[in-house]
Design a protein around this ligand. Structure first.
Ligand code: BG6
Length: 489
């Protein structure tokens, strides 16, 4: 196997004292360093606007690193090397002056990676200031989500960035694309000839994508309430998963070949309007209930909540893709906060056999399912029908798994966090795990029509108890089509 080679760079993290940086980005950079995937000449610059001394902020970063990296992974030598690469600079992102000091810190001719872990409203100003400081030509910019809250605002952000950076140097993050199992969807679909011939409306009856979280809003009420679950999860993560399942085989693995295919899927999504707003989509909001046996408050009773909010914390919907491959194959998407467990999984339901020869009462069991577990217990399982063993059993059928559990089968010591992969790919200049501008725009366009429909209908979210799988109507959404959510207990 070829070892991955990574060029040296200067990595500048804007918003270095924010939650994302402290919880995810520094730990991910540390893990890359520990795995010898940072070039010896790579330097890390923490940039933030908070007052205080560099020493104080560097020690905050170190404290969080020790908290968020598994104790077994905290190796003194690796930690020492990592901290040795790191420096801190106070920077007011909106003021051009500080950028000269930044330019002086950026070593030689090395590429600069500018990671914006800040509000999208300042992306444009940062880009302009990087340009004024003469840094734009060698910079790749990494944009965190959310990029806007609808098509128009996302265009404004993207246009502001595009004034200084060509698309080939813009890396838009959807951290789901960095998850190992999500990348595995590409391998599963396109490195196995077995599936492709079955991957269409001839063989597949429907697809389910569930991304459930056990947590509630966790101190992010103000941010979350402006977004809601459709903008926060469906517009990006679930639609990306849908694209990876539904897209046609790309002609190669280049970023644009993959992204061209994903865009075709987004363009083919049928808008949900009119009657579809009541039959094909359900919004929910959690009320008080139980999580792991402990009483937990409802969304409107969380800290800093506005008790009048009608923001949704749950969405279930049926998406239809208007093309030859998927005509008549619904994609049921479901995502929510305060569900019974953290679970991200895709279930591909295959059609029944064309002619049924077994006892009628067993018929409901029939149907192969491919279950792709993204988290936890990453793995793939194909449910197949076999006969029960034993002289007394006759032709009694049962469904059992052909199972590939990644950590057991490959004895993987540690599954890397999505951000490790994404940061590595930015350093390698590889865009195929990043979202292109037109993907974001088509995704917003589809979500915007849905949000407008809700607004016009004055649709209020349906209550569901914390710790449940969502409002009853989300069950009706799928049973109406003669189906059920897979594995709900
Ligand atoms: C983020 C959302 O993008 O994804 C959060 O803003 C959500 O609301 C998170 O909790 C879920 O990510 P993961 O990797 O924990 O499934």
């Amino acid at each position: 196997m070829a070892a991955i080679s990574v060029e040296p760079c200067t990595f500048a993290l804007f918003g270095a004292l924010g939650d994302l940086a402290l919880r995810k980005l520094f730990p991910a950079l540390y893990q890359l360093d520990r795995a010898n995937l940072l070039h010896a000449d790579t330097r890390l610059l923490a940039l933030a606007r908070e007052p205080g001394s560099a020493q104080e902020h560097l020690s905050t970063i170190e404290t969080h690193l020790r908290r968020h990296v598994a104790p077994a992974d905290l190796e003194p030598a690796a930690l020492g090397r990592f901290l040795g690469r790191l420096s801190y600079q106070h920077l007011d992102f909106l003021q051009p002056e500080g950028y000269q000091a930044l330019a002086e810190q950026v070593a030689g001719e090395l590429p600069l990676i500018a990671y914006f872990a800040t509000a999208a409203a300042v992306y444009g100003a940062i880009c302009e200031n990087l340009d004024k400081a003469g840094l734009a030509a060698r910079t790749r910019v990494v944009l965190e989500k959310p990029i806007g809250h609808d098509l128009e605002s996302s265009r404004r952000v993207n246009d502001a960035v595009a004034r200084f950076f060509p698309e080939s140097r813009v890396y838009r993050i959807d951290h789901y694309l960095g998850k190992e199992t999500v990348q595995n969807l590409i391998a599963l679909r396109f490195a196995n000839s077995l599936f492709e011939t079955q991957w269409n409306q001839n063989s597949i009856s429907h697809v389910e994508i569930t991304v459930a979280e056990k947590v509630g809003i966790e101190g992010r009420w103000g941010y979350f309430d402006k977004a809601g679950q459709l903008r926060d999860m469906i517009q990006n993560h679930l639609l990306q998963l849908l694209c990876l399942i539904a897209m046609d085989p790309p002609s190669d693995l280049s970023a644009d070949s993959i992204r061209d295919e994903k865009v075709k899927v987004l363009k083919a999504l049928a808008p949900i309007t009119g009657d579809g707003l009541s039959t094909r989509v359900v919004r929910g909001q959690y009320i008080a209930g139980y999580s792991d046996g402990k009483a937990v408050p409802g969304y409107l009773e969380e800290d800093n909540a506005n008790a009048q909010s009608d923001t949704e914390t749950f969405v279930a919907l049926r998406a239809d893709i208007r093309n030859w491959r998927w005509s008549g194959v619904p994609f049921y998407l479901r995502t929510g906060k305060r569900m019974p467990q953290k679970l991200s999984q895709i279930v591909i339901h295959f059609k029944e056999t064309p002619h049924y020869i077994f006892a009628p009462e067993q018929r409901l069991q029939i149907g192969n399912k491919l279950i792709i577990r993204l988290q936890p217990d990453e793995g793939i399982s194909l449910r197949v029908m076999t006969k029960e063993q034993g002289l007394d059993k006759g032709m009694q059928l049962r469904s059992g798994p052909l199972q590939l559990n990644f950590s057991d089968t490959w004895r993987t010591a540690r599954i890397p966090d999505a951000y490790e992969r994404l940061l590595l790919e930015v350093m390698r200049g590889n865009q195929n795990l990043f979202v292109r501008k037109d993907e974001i725009e088509y995704a917003w366009q589809w979500c915007d029509q849905l949000i407008a429909g809700w607004r016009n209908a004055g649709d209020a979210p349906k209550p569901y108890a914390a710790g449940s799988w969502g409002p009853m109507s989300s069950i009706a959404l799928i049973t109406r089509d003669g189906r059920a959510w897979y594995g709900d207990i």
